[in-house]
Design a protein around this ligand. Sequence first.
Ligand code: P6P
Length: 283
Amino acid sequence: MQKGYKMQEIIKAVQDIAIKISEVLKYGDLGYATSSNATGDTQLKLDILSDEIIENRLKELKCVNSIISEEKESPLSIDKDGEYIIAYDPLDGSSLVDVNFAVGSIFGIYKGALDAKNLVAAIYTVYGPRVEMVVCEDKPELFRLDRAGEFKFIKTLQLKEKGKLNATGGTQKGWSDSHRSMIKSLFDDGYRLRYSGAMVSDLHQVLLKGGGLFSYPATPDAPNGKLRLAFEVLPFAYIYEKAGGATTNGVNSSLLDIKIEQTHQTTPCYFGSKFEIDRVRNG
Ligand code: P6P
């Protein structure tokens, strides 16, 4: 399906952003800033720099009405006539930069109000040994940065009905008995543990390896879950469901049914192949 001109502009902006952020990750200052974000996370200088790179590039787009960042308390207006709201996590997993793990940026593109039903695209980038990008309007498509600085299409991504990986987030001592037994049942069925602590990389792995389960449940230290709805959970829910998978918060039949009440709202979340999400829902 031919992408609209404005969506092409947004995709090109994210390509430029990815190249710039991947460069600052290589040689930038790994130190902490003196500030923290709206969710109370201590900010790395790289968090703030990545956010600035994204803000400055998206400001150039007339189609963007406003931007919402994990690193900003409130939305930032860009162009009053713009039709898109872009909600993003500029550097997801940034606490792992000091150990040189893959991290990334996550973008939800909403046409109209900030509501899951208005999501028209989701994009994420992964800064690892290679720079990769997944762009999803109707289907998730994988692109990889080549030597010439161009993002080349690699393949369309599709989840199998059932996978083999189990990415288990959240403080284990705080897991509910039902969550614990569900997770154990997958390991008893031979699933492999794959969890780095960077949502973008962990979900990228489950998606590219064909399936399994990523979970971040409610725990006493994160009673509403830890992951942010507008710019982490909903973009990935959109991608996973377009890839033929399923999602839930443990109650709703899809994470995309959850209403965004506050900008930095969090939610328990499960993403995966249909078989595993059925296991979550029905034990
Ligand atoms: P925990 C990174 O800080 C992050 O927001 C996500 O990328 C990741 O999935 C989660 O937190 C990891 O949280 O509690 O397992 O360290």
